[in-house]
Design a protein around this ligand. Sequence first.
Ligand code: NAD
Length: 328
Amino acid sequence: MSRQQEKFKLADLEGRVAVITGAGNFGIGWGLAKYAALHLHMHVALIDLHEATVERAAADLRAVAPDLTVLALACDVTSSTDLSGALDQIDVAFGGVSIGVVFANAGVIFNNSILKSDIEDWETTLNVNVLGVVKTIKAFVPRLQAQTQKSIFCTTASVGGLVRGDGGAASYQASKHAVVALTESLSFEIARKSPHVHIRVLCPCIVSTALMQSSQLNKSAKNAPASTDVAPIKPNEMLMGMTPERHAQQVFDLIADGKFYLVTDNVRPYVDHDFPFGAMDIIAERFDNLKELQLDNVDAFETPALGYPSSILKGPMFQAGTRFGNGN
Ligand SMILES: NC(=O)c1ccc[n+]([C@@H]2O[C@H](COP(=O)([O-])OP(=O)(O)OC[C@H]3O[C@@H](n4cnc5c(N)ncnc54)[C@H](O)[C@@H]3O)[C@@H](O)[C@H]2O)c1
């Protein structure tokens, strides 16, 4: 295995800075920030679109980690100018402290089929989920390369970026396939030159967050002048989803273990039930089909677990969710 896939000693992150985009709505980014602060004793820079949301998230984190510096940065990841301004502010706030980990995690989702979808939703999705990640790479990876210490740069794709497309959020899935591919490219691109920068792609299954609501809010607030008026959205209560905190634990466990594809399934000890998402089965299904040069649409004809057909949301977790009357 190449050097970039080696195990990572998390203790090496202690006292350094964690930078996390999309951390203002108490979702995956927030969970990663909280884990980095409380378990790895890292200072954190929280980045999100609106000042009010990211300030509120930072205030909550400062309350539980008073000995660490928590910086709140309002920044649009689709703007290279905003991102380089964010790095300048990080330099001012943290002086000579090195950046240990960057999570390019901001994202949006608009659920719709292709034929019924709104082109503006596609544009927003590809802008934030794909170009936002590319711009975050261009803003932060050169800094990590210039540092002598080992570091992590992790993009957030989704398990949707590793499995076949179905009738759900086509724009989202297309964007997440792009994130997986561009992260693989980045890993290859810097493998020889900068083996001390470990590139990772996070592919979560189901985490209890407010992603759908935050996406709608950001869409409607896009041109609002006073982003200070936007309130943070707390995660949805999902019986079988991972909490952002326990999800973060799985992310760092996989990083420590030297994995590249951080596929975070709904499995123990990160959830308290025995109904996994079954990510690896669905990924294997895609590759089995590919080897035969086939696409099997059998699920489009099946009685769906969720009320609509899906070739992705069909594993034990969704069957159990139906039995328990839980609409995860
Ligand atoms: N929740 C899940 O089950 C799940 C599964 C797979 C992947 N993901 C991915 O995880 C990431 C985090 O999502 P989440 O579920 O924690 O929801 P979330 O709403 O908590 O996080 C998304 C954040 O991105 C921010 N954002 C959107 N556009 C932005 C922009 N232009 N600039 C800066 N910030 C912006 C939002 O304000 C929000 O805080 C996303 O990339 C999402 O696609 C989530």
